[in-house]
Design a binder for this molecule. Structure first.
Ligand code: AVW
Length: 249
């Protein structure tokens, strides 16, 4: 009996010691069936634990991609730049498209901050470098690595939502331009269909010169199209399941 009590108490303290961060990671992960979430956690953690939080290379997450590979979802893959809220507002209501943040790795880490420390086995959520504070920080390297992996499996007709509310909708420094588009392969992808999200007082649309760079960057053989769509239309389509995915815009 004494041993059982000790075991239970020990188990409880150990469980309390599990950080809130790891609990969030695992509970979000468990929503994906047939996933060994502890295995995914171990592969994730090794990327940054016990390291200087400004020295986590993009490649540090390679084992994580091996542990939780991306499945191609041809004709349904949705990329975006500076349109996060409208895109996810839409994808959470309708099952038309899959964004990176709807996949296992993207959804598990979305909105979180983490880093390690030299000489420590722990995961920290405060005192971590900001996105632009140093290039090789754990969060930025993670998003760059998984964005590349997501783009690598893109296939069929691919969609991207870009913002008409900024001067340069296709910005060369964005993840979309610098990591994703450059990996699109004509052998896998038939077309890239840009949706320009237009709010009131839009600053740019499908005629924007930056989109010329997009066409030039694209692998020859991938058909390009662009459509100006009011944000209200995307919201309407999110709210009305009777509108077919293909008729949203
Ligand atoms: P984005 P991207 N501080 O809207 O094309 C913290 O610019 O780059 O679009 N987080 C940041 C910062 C920052 N300064 N800048 C970017 N981020 C993070 C993956 C933040 O999470 C998907 F597949 C922000 O919401 C899209 O096709 C996200 O990066 C593509 O990358 C996007 O920034 C969107 O990247």
């Amino acid at each position: 009996i004494v041993i059982v009590i000790i075991a239970v108490v020990l188990g409880l303290t150990l469980r309390q010691n599990k950080s809130e961060f790891k609990s969030t990671f695992l509970s979000r992960c468990e929503k994906f069936n047939q996933t060994d979430c502890q295995k995914v956690w171990d592969a994730f953690e090794q990327a940054y634990v016990n390291k200087d939080p400004c020295k986590v290379a993009v490649e540090a997450y390679d084992p994580l991609i091996v542990a939780a590979p991306f499945k191609p979802q041809c004709n349904r893959m949705m990329f975006w730049s500076k349109t996060k809220d409208v895109v996810h507002g839409f994808t959470e209501k309708r099952d038309c498209f899959v964004t990176l943040e709807d996949t296992l790795l993207g959804s598990v880490l979305d909105g979180l901050t983490w880093c390690g420390k030299e000489g420590s086995k722990g995961t920290f959520t405060t005192g971590c470098p900001g996105w632009s504070e140093c290039e090789n920080n754990p969060v930025r390297s993670f998003w760059r690595r998984i964005s590349a992996a997501f783009a690598d499996v893109a296939c069929g007709d691919v969609t991207a939502m870009l913002s008409g509310s900024i001067d340069t909708p296709f910005n060369p420094t964005s993840i979309f331009a610098s990591i994703e588009v450059v990996r699109f392969q004509a052998s896998r992808i038939k077309s890239l269909n840009v949706v320009m999200v237009l709010q009131q007082n839009a600053k740019s649309n499908c005629t924007d010169p930056s989109l010329k760079n997009l066409r030039q960057t694209l692998d020859t053989g991938i058909t390009y199209s662009c459509k100006d769509v009011p944000e209200s239309r995307i919201q309407e389509c999110g709210a009305k399941p009777e509108i077919a995915c293909g008729a949203c815009w």
